[in-house]
Design a protein around this ligand. Structure first.
Ligand SMILES: [Zn+2]
Length: 279
């Protein structure tokens, strides 16, 4: 029988106290903290870009996707993002190795992005229809791409919306609400995701199998957010969030002036509300 933890408010409250740990020092990013300590620099986000970039490049090498810089450029031009387990991997590189990479691209630019995958030696197999595993009204089509000599495949998910994040905020839990864009990485619920915790959005037998899989990788799931003020907390099912709000963690791949948030460039404005648990 599958086992996984769903904890109630109290446990989460214990872990979420201590605002000092906010965003930059939690366990999964401890390497960045080590770097900062060694160089005796103030704790700012300026050490993050090279780390985010190195992790992205490791992922691209793992899947034999070719030159990472031109891939990032194509992603930006096509408004394509990487989400799912591969985007989570960037925040938790030691927890697991992703089995596939999911690219999300709007239908308007999908053909162009498919061409760039072909240029990188990837070919799709039309017999591989995986749409059923991505249940969302937002999804137009799903295809799997293979490359000769590479056991790992990539998935291309074509979205109805011009903003592929519309699919990301419908995922089964906050754990997967992360994205790699052409310019950086984004985490929509960093106070949960960075310490390896998550709130469930869907409670079905199939979703529970997924939670169990991530549970074996050390992630923990809960059914509710910690006690909060509904009108002021971003960690609430009723909160109307914005990609530009201060609760989204975004890290660019290159050093940028603090005022410029390039990681979300091309994806704003974007708003979402989680809503009640789906079953
Ligand atoms: Zn609330």
């Amino acid at each position: 029988m599958a086992t996984f933890n769903i904890s109630k408010d109290d446990e989460f409250l214990d872990r979420s106290e201590g605002q000092a740990a906010k965003f930059y020092i939690p366990q999964p990013l401890s390497r960045i903290h080590d770097l900062l300590q060694r160089e005796k620099k103030p704790l700012t986000s300026t050490m993050l870009p090279p780390v985010a970039r190195a992790r992205f490049e490791r992922l691209i090498t793992m899947f034999d996707l070719g030159d990472p810089d031109t891939l990032r450029l194509e992603m930006s031009k096509c408004c394509a993002i990487i989400s799912g387990s591969a985007a989570l991997y960037v925040f938790h590189p030691n927890a697991f190795t992703p089995g596939d990479v999911d690219f999300y691209v709007p239908h308007s630019t999908a053909n162009r992005f498919i061409c760039s995958l072909h240029d990188r030696g990837f070919f799709d197999n039309s017999a591989d229809d995986k749409k059923a595993t991505y249940p969302s009204r937002e999804i137009v089509a799903v295809s799997r791409f293979w490359k000769r000599g590479n056991a790992r495949s990539i998935n291309l998910i074509i979205t109805q919306s011009v903003n592929p994040l519309a699919v990301v905020v419908q995922f089964h839990s906050t754990l997967l609400m992360n994205a790699i864009t052409g310019r950086g990485v984004i985490c929509l619920y960093p106070l949960l995701t960075l310490p390896g915790r998550s709130v469930m959005m869907v409670d079905t037998p199939k979703a529970r199998k997924c939670f169990a899989k991530y549970g074996r990788r050390g992630f923990r799931f809960q059914s509710i957010f910690a006690s909060h003020e509904c009108l002021s907390s971003a960690y609430c099912r009723n909160a109307r969030r914005s990609l530009e709000d201060g609760d989204v963690l975004s890290v660019t791949f290159q050093y940028q002036p603090q005022s410029m948030n390039a990681a979300i460039h091309g994806l704003t404005p974007f708003h979402w509300q989680l809503g009640p648990m789906r079953s």
